[in-house]
Design a binder for this molecule. Structure first.
Ligand code: AMP
Length: 411
């Protein structure tokens, strides 16, 4: 049984083909610059055939899916004999609105709900729909499943998801906290629970998904009870280019300074803010840490004489805000058993994990600096001596969650 996992963005399409008997990846890759010129990188990881990495014309998502299928089945780069060996497709879908709180077999009703969700996620849902439609065209008889980023957070109580704005916006327009990165928070918290004895009941966990987009979740008894992202993925902690939670009046203030429309000001908050806004030169944490004099391999500060002050400030602001949300989630959970770091930064940056945990000493959380001085290529326990909660770094695997959910639904 092979499942193709698709993650479609507005100009990109990432894919992984899983053999679900072993859960091994047969091939993976990504189409970039769709609608502009086009580039495909295809890696047949399972059989040692060469990697295809070249510019090819990709005017729309339909051509991108055709190119992916051609590569998956080709003599030179392929991993399967024909299209019939793709048994199901799982689509990463960013928003399920108030209707879908679990993965769903894609049918007309799901498409209708997704179209209705465009108003809640105008940047993401149209791209998800393009990916779904392109796959439907290329593989009309293959079952497809939508796996929603918002689904894991459906257990959040009203008191955490209602915004203190006129209630009619919730009732009439579905405005509430939804949260994102649900597959990642679910995957790493499940792994932590296994390491903590296997019983979700009674556990109190905070997951920190720190990547280009970042969010935290408070997870009680294995269920999300709060998360930092909101009706859109702009809320919460500062990110690569997104501001996170700021005074909402800034929209008006920046619009006046720049003489920009609300849409253009939102662009500034989405694409030019976060650590990029503070540092000014890059949103990539590797660049920022290097400029701040951090040794990327072990997280030590090496060169403190020639550091870029704004790089240091960007890292300080980020670590402070993450630690502050962790503190508030310890209150929400009524304690803490495990703190988990995951995604690009959470897995690979010993410096950031340490900088955050150093701010948590007052609530009894300590990291072991020596154990922490590596990248987490697999489950990594970095708990310090006397720490009241475990501290783990766990590689996430959102694609595997999507593939597993897809199997579950088509069964
Ligand atoms: P993601 O969105 O999960 O792919 O994460 C991307 C982020 O992870 C980028 O900001 C990268 O700079 C960051 N990242 C990846 N590797 C490292 C590393 N070794 N040290 C610090 N940050 C890293």
């Amino acid at each position: 049984m092979n499942v193709l996992v698709i993650n479609a963005g507005s100009s990109s399409l990432k894919y992984q083909l899983f053999d679900m008997k072993t859960e091994n990846i047969l091939a993976k890759g990504n189409c970039d610059r769709i609608g502009l010129d086009g580039h495909l990188k295809h890696n047949p990881v399972s059989n040692g055939k060469p990697v295809f990495d070249s510019d090819i014309a990709l005017p729309t998502h339909a051509e991108a899916i055709s190119a992916v299928i051609e590569k998956l089945t080709s003599d030179d780069y392929g991993v399967i004999g024909s299209l019939s060996e793709i048994n199901a497709v799982g689509h990463r879908t960013v928003h399920g609105g108030r209707k879908f709180f679990g993965s769903a077999l894609i049918n007309d009703e799901v498409i209708e709900v997704l179209e209705d969700c465009i108003r809640l996620a105008p940047l993401h849902i149209p791209a998800n729909l393009m990916g779904i439609n392109a796959c439907k065209e290329a593989m009309p008889n293959v079952p497809m499943v939508a796996v929603f980023d918002t689904a894991f957070h459906h257990t959040i109580p009203e008191s955490a998801y209602i915004y203190p704005i006129p209630y009619k916006y919730y009732e009439e327009n579905d405005i509430r906290r939804y949260g994102f990165h649900g597959t990642s928070h679910r995957y790493v918290s499940d792994i932590a629970i296994k390491h903590m004895g296997g019983k979700a009941e009674g556990t109190k966990i905070i997951t920190c998904h720190l990547g280009n987009g970042s969010s935290l979740a408070a997870i009680k008894d294995g269920k999300s009870i709060d998360t930092t992202m909101g009706v859109t993925p702009l809320e919460g902690i500062p990110m690569g280019t997104r501001c996170g939670s700021v005074d909402p009046s800034l929209v008006d203030v920046i619009s006046s300074i720049e003489n920009t429309s609300i849409k253009d000001t939102m662009d500034i908050l989405n694409k030019k803010s976060g650590v990029l806004g503070i540092y000014g030169k890059s949103s990539d944490f590797r660049d920022i840490e290097t400029a701040a004099g951090v040794d990327l391999d072990n997280g030590d500060l090496t060169d403190t004489a020639n550091t870029d002050k704004r790089a240091t400030l960007a890292l300080d602001v980020f670590a402070y805000q993450v630690a502050k949300f962790i503190g508030s989630y310890i209150v929400a959970l009524g304690g803490l058993d495990a703190l988990i770091f995951t995604a690009g930064i959470g897995e690979n940056s010993p410096f950031i994990r340490r900088a955050i945990c150093e701010k948590l000493g007052g609530v009894g959380i300590h990291i072991d600096v020596r154990k922490n001085a590596v990248r987490a290529s697999e489950f990594l326990d970095v708990t310090g001596e006397g720490s009241k909660a475990k501290v783990y770094a766990i590689p996430t695997n959102e694609e595997l969650v999507i593939a597993r959910d897809t199997m579950e639904i088509i069964k």
